[in-house]
Design a protein around this ligand. Structure first.
Ligand SMILES: [Zn+2]
Length: 267
C-alpha cells in the first residue's frame, strides 16, 4: 500500500476541508464547548382539562425510514477538549453489510477515558452504514465491522487528540473538524456529540452525515459537491458545514426514492 500516495490523497482532501474549518470556527464564537449548547426555552405544553379521546389513530404510512438508529450510546454532558490520546478498540464485530462492491472492513476506536462506549459507538456506526439510504444499500460497496485486520479505522477523538492525529499528516484541524488519515478517519468528538451549526437535525442524525461523507471518501469519491438547486437536499458529499447555499441539510447519499442526491462538483 503506497503510504505516500495515501498521504497525498488525504492532504488533498483535507485542504478542502480546511477551508470549512475557518468558517466553522466562527460559528461557535467562544469556541468553548458550552457555547454549542443551545439555550432553548422549552415550550410549556398547554394541557386541556379533559382531552377528547382520539379513537382514530391515524396509521402513519411507514414509508419514511427513520434517519437515526436508536441512539443508546451514553453521552457525555459536555465535550472534553482533550483526552488521554490512547484508544480503545470496540470489541464488536458484525456481518457483512451490502451485496455488491468491494468489501471494506473497519474497526472503531474511541479515545480512552471518555464517557462513550466504544462498543455502542461501533454498533451505531454499523447501523449508519446499513441504513437503506446509505452506500451499501445501493451497491456502492460492502462493509464489515471487525476488531482486527481492518482495512481502515474510524476513530472518535477529543478535539486536542484529533488535532494531534491530523497534524501527523500535516493537517491543521483547529479543534473543529474531522480529517482523513492514511489509515482511516478521525472524527472530532465535538462534531460527533454536538452536530453542526448548519445541520437542521439532531446530532444523532448528523452522525450519519459524518460517516456517510467520510466513508464516501473511503470508497473513492474524492471530490466534493455543491448544492444542486434551491430547496433541494444537500448531497452527502457536500461540505454542508461550510454553508448550504440554498439546499436543505441532509445526512444521506440517497433520497427516500433511492435516487442519488447530487450536485455540481466543486473541488
Ligand atoms: Zn470531504
Amino acid at each position: 500500500m503506497g503510504v505516500s500516495l495515501g498521504a497525498g490523497v488525504a492532504l488533498a482532501h483535507f485542504q478542502s476541508e480546511a477551508e470549512l474549518r475557518d468558517s466553522a470556527a466562527k460559528a461557535p464564537a467562544s469556541g468553548g464547548p458550552a457555547a454549542s449548547a443551545p439555550a432553548t426555552a422549552a415550550p410549556t405544553p398547554t394541557r386541556t382539562a379533559s382531552p377528547p379521546p382520539k379513537p382514530k389513530a391515524k396509521p402513519k404510512p411507514k414509508r419514511t425510514v427513520k434517519p437515526t438508529p436508536t441512539a443508546t450510546a451514553k453521552r457525555p454532558a459536555t465535550v472534553p477538549q482533550s483526552g488521554r490520546g490512547t484508544f480503545t478498540t470496540a470489541s464488536a464485530s458484525g456481518s457483512v453489510t451490502g451485496e455488491s462492491g468491494t468489501l471494506r472492513r473497519y474497526r472503531v476506536q474511541v479515545e480512552e477515558g471518555l464517557d462513550l462506549s466504544a462498543r455502542e459507538t461501533a454498533e451505531e456506526i454499523e447501523a449508519i452504514l446499513a441504513h437503506p439510504r446509505s452506500w451499501a444499500a445501493h451497491g456502492r460497496g460492502r462493509f464489515q465491522l471487525v476488531e482486527s485486520n481492518a482495512d481502515f479505522v474510524i476513530r472518535i477523538a477529543t478535539p486536542d487528540t484529533a488535532d494531534a492525529l491530523c497534524a501527523r499528516q500535516g493537517l491543521n484541524t483547529h479543534g473543529e473538524l474531522n480529517c482523513e488519515t492514511t489509515d482511516g478517519v478521525v472524527v472530532n468528538l465535538k462534531r460527533w456529540m454536538l452536530g453542526s451549526p448548519t445541520f437542521a437535525g439532531p446530532p444523532e442524525e448528523y452522525r450519519h452525515l459524518i460517516i456517510n461523507h467520510e466513508v464516501g471518501h473511503e470508497i473513492g469519491i474524492r471530490q466534493h459537491m455543491g448544492c444542486g438547486g434551491p430547496g433541494k437536499l444537500a448531497p452527502a458529499m457536500m461540505q454542508q458545514i461550510k454553508g448550504l447555499n440554498g439546499c436543505r441539510s441532509n445526512a444521506f447519499p440517497y433520497d427516500e426514492d433511492g435516487l442519488y442526491i447530487t450536485g455540481p462538483i466543486v473541488s
